[in-house]
Design a protein around this ligand. Structure first.
Ligand code: ADP
Ligand code: GLC
Length: 474
């Protein structure tokens, strides 16, 4: 069967490099699209990508990118991974850093040039291989449609996905010349953003279509409250904007086949064994008490201020709490202090994929008081593992977690404890509701068993992307 070609570009792809959900999406969505497209995934070849493990080898294609009067060397690498073609862009400035984008406090000074190189390299790939569709993600690849604006030899259609409007790739105006961009595009209608240069605006202005990662977030970003300064601009382009909810990789996040777990499971007795083992592992006691977990970046987006304000009150009740994550220093300090006072709170700093799986398997509840959440994957992973999410009703959380009091056994939707106001007061109330529900074991078990059977895979959402691609190719 003839398949049109698709280049899927992201700055992080699991398992090669990951800082958050984008990497999960860039891993699992392309696989779900491969039924109808010849897919290649392209990302930067960071120095910490394990070339040996994934048999990443040079493709024998090296070239120079001319950007703002400077030549930057680029070399293409590649590998087949789980049946999919992966292309890696190597260029010293882009690749030879210890982190993806910078430290938690600060992005790298030369990020405009680093990701400028990435964008120019993608354009060069599009010229060399003539893809039918380029699917770009977040600010790190958002310049591509601007660079292609006047390229008559390329007919590639472009879909641009916003995963998080809070990270726009804004830089000093001086980056304009460094990126070899014309003064003419430094206007409000194009890439100027409060006297700065914005990568994200280039994607929004010039892509043929724009998506974001949940229907609710697609509406929220048109408002002052969630628009991060781009709401007006997005309203102007709203006719090409759609919200499509993310899925999770049903194989990778399957309690039944999860090699990170002591006892993979498909029922609640198996889950109980994982809870006991996990409590032992981290030195918590009392398997009868509900276990609440938090997994994620310690940033204000994830509701860390609300979490920290609420924790002492929560920890004073009959429960265990385990937290895994890393992020801003001020949150690290505040959490450390709380943990020193409450022996029923366990805290681990760092990024640990396998540990997070054991937490989802052990947990009775997942705490997710995000201030905003474009989609969120944790809540879906938690539900698949039989942990009930306690969430603030925003963005993708509103689209994936329904109020447990409205539980309908036949619906293909997950249920949890939902609160509507982003405050420590509302969050603590929701926490108390969760405690009460947990005591009603029959009801609680019925809901989490239902959640475990729900379909959070890419199946439906991949269809929505395929239908947008089809419209683009018409
Ligand atoms: P975001 O992309 O905003 O960080 P998502 O909910 O979309 O949030 O995705 C987060 C992903 O990263 C999930 O797969 C989650 O389990 C994982 N994750 C986040 N922090 C950690 C951590 N410290 N250790 C392990 N996994 C983590
Ligand atoms: C972003 C968002 C998160 C979303 C992820 C994948 O990092 O913060 O909500 O799930 O992208 O789309």
């Amino acid at each position: 069967m003839y398949k049109p070609s698709l280049l899927f570009a992201a700055s992080e792809v699991y398992p090669f490099a990951k800082s958050g959900g984008l990497a999960d999406v860039a891993h699992s969505l392309p696989r779900a699209l491969a039924c109808e497209y010849e897919v290649s995934v392209v990302m930067p070849l960071y120095r910490f990508v394990d070339r040996e493990k994934y048999a990443i080898a040079a493709l024998g294609e090296a070239f120079e990118i001319e950007m703002g009067g400077v030549e930057y060397p680029v070399e293409l690498f590649g590998c087949e991974y789980e049946g999919l073609r992966h292309i890696f862009i190597y260029s010293p400035l882009l690749s030879e850093k210890d982190f993806l984008y910078g430290t938690p406090e600060k992005g790298y000074e030369d990020n405009a040039i680093r990701f400028g190189i990435f964008n120019y390299a993608i354009v060069s790939l599009l010229k060399r291989r003539q893809y039918a569709i380029a699917h770009l993600n977040d600010w790190q690849s958002a310049l591509v449609p601007l660079l292609l604006k006047d390229e008559e030899t390329i007919s590639t259609k472009i879909l641009y996905t916003i995963h998080n409007l809070a990270y726009q790739g804004t830089f000093e105006k001086s980056a304009l010349a460094e990126l070899g961009l014309d003064e003419g595009c430094f206007t409000m209608e194009e890439i100027e953003f409060y006297a700065m240069l914005s990568f994200m605006k280039a994607g929004i202005a010039y892509a043929d279509m724009i998506t974001t990662v949940s229907p609710t977030y697609a509406k929220e970003i048109l408002t002052l409250e969630f628009g991060c300064g781009l709401d007006g601009f997005l309203r102007h382009h709203r006719n090409k904007l759609t919200g499509i909810i993310n899925g999770i990789n049903a194989e990778h996040f399957s309690p039944e086949h999860d090699s990170a777990l002591v006892t993979p499971y498909s029922d609640l007795s198996g889950k109980a064994l994982n809870k006991k083992a996990y409590l032992r592992e981290v030195g918590l006691t009392g398997a009868k008490k509900p276990l609440f977990v938090f997994v994620g970046r310690f940033t204000s987006q994830k509701g860390l201020d609300i979490l920290i304000e609420s924790l002492p009150k929560m920890a004073s009740t009959e429960c265990n709490i385990a937290l895994l994550g890393e992020g801003e220093e001020k949150y690290h300090a505040a959490l450390k202090e709380i943990v020193s006072k409450y022996p029923n709170v366990y805290l681990e700093f760092g990024y640990d994929e396998r540990h997070s799986h054991r937490m989802y398997a052990a947990a009775d509840f997942l705490l997710m008081p995000s201030l905003f959440e474009p989609c969120g994957l944790n809540q879906m992973i938690a539900m698949a593992y039989g942990a009930m999410p306690v969430v603030h009703r925003v963005g993708g959380l509103a689209d994936t977690v329904f109020e447990y009091t409205d539980f309908e056994p036949l619906a293909n939707r997950g249920y949890g404890v939902v609160f509507t106001k982003a405050s420590a007061h509302s969050f603590t109330k929701a926490f108390e509701q969760a405690q009460t529900l947990y005591k009603n074991k029959r009801h609680y078990n019925r809901i989490i068993k239902h959640n475990m059977r729900c379909d959070f895979s890419w199946q439906e959402s991949a269809k929505a992307y395929l239908s947008l691609y089809a419209q683009l190719l018409k």
